[in-house]
Design a binder for this molecule. Structure first.
Ligand code: 1GP
Length: 247
């Protein structure tokens, strides 16, 4: 069974899946063992690995290290077509549908496609929607795109529906790493009422209460990244995982 399918099947027994994002950059080099050990103990459903910018050439080695230690699937969350490696189990094959920069709509994907084929990674087609989370984000800067306004739900719904009609397996509502404002619950609720594909929500989620609210609004996947680096204690991650699983 594919990793995507197994994550979807988990939704029979739990309200949503909890994904933890690890940035495989230099700053986390000495921390990987502790980070992955804590994720293993937390009950998280999968690890996402990727970032907007990797500041050295050790991406491959770090993903290999993460994979060797992880007890859950390792899914690439690539900031560009450079962040591909056979060390992972699957890749979110994303198109930045909120933007109008052809490089991130289709250019990177064309570069990536033959490499993904060669590596044999499972592909999870994902419509990636960047939302304005209250402060400029790395994705916004690196992609030279504008995020979707948080106060225009119809615009967000139209993008999410377009992702569905283009055949994406996931719609990812992203407020940006470290966002001051996470994607509002009412937007999640409006999107998930209209769109049939599972919705992933990430960016600026730090507390079990905040995570549970996203699930009650309809998110089927919740992602946290920064909290792992700031307070990735097993207890904190376990509380987040329980909140996401139970909603
Ligand atoms: C993944 O960008 C998020 O979608 C991670 O956001 O670092 O704010 O948890 P945080």
């Amino acid at each position: 069974m594919s990793i995507y399918q197994s994550l979807i099947e988990r939704l029979i027994e739990q309200r949503a899946n909890y994904l933890v994002l690890i940035d495989p950059d230099r700053k986390n080099d000495g921390l990987l063992e502790k980070l992955v050990t804590n994720v293993n103990a937390s009950g998280a459903d999968a690890l996402l690995v990727g970032g907007s910018l990797i500041m050295d050439g050790s991406f491959d080695e770090r993903v290999a290290k993460i994979k060797a230690m992880s007890q859950v699937p390792v899914i690439l969350f690539p900031g560009s077509s450079n962040q591909l490696t056979r060390q992972a189990d699957a890749v979110l094959f994303m198109s930045l549908l909120s933007g109008r920069n052809p490089q991130y709509l289709i250019g990177e994907q064309v570069q990536a496609a033959p490499v993904v084929k060669h590596l044999g990674l499972e592909v999870i087609p994902t419509g990636y929607l960047l939302m304005a989370g209250g402060s400029p984000t790395a994705v916004e800067f690196m992609s030279s795109t504008q995020p979707l306004p948080m106060n225009k739900p119809d615009i967000v719904i139209a993008h999410a529906l377009a992702a569905q009609y283009l055949g994406m397996s996931l719609v990812y509502l992203e407020a940006g790493s470290g966002a001051r404002q996470a994607v509002p619950d009412d937007i999640i609720s409006k999107v998930t009422k209209v769109v049939d594909v599972p919705v992933v929500v990430g960016g600026g989620i730090r507390t079990p209460e905040g995570a549970a609210a996203k699930v009650r609004a309809g998110a089927q996947f919740v992602v946290t990244g920064t909290i792992l680096e700031e307070d990735g204690s097993p207890a904190t991650l376990r509380a987040l995982a329980d909140a996401v699983h139970q909603g």
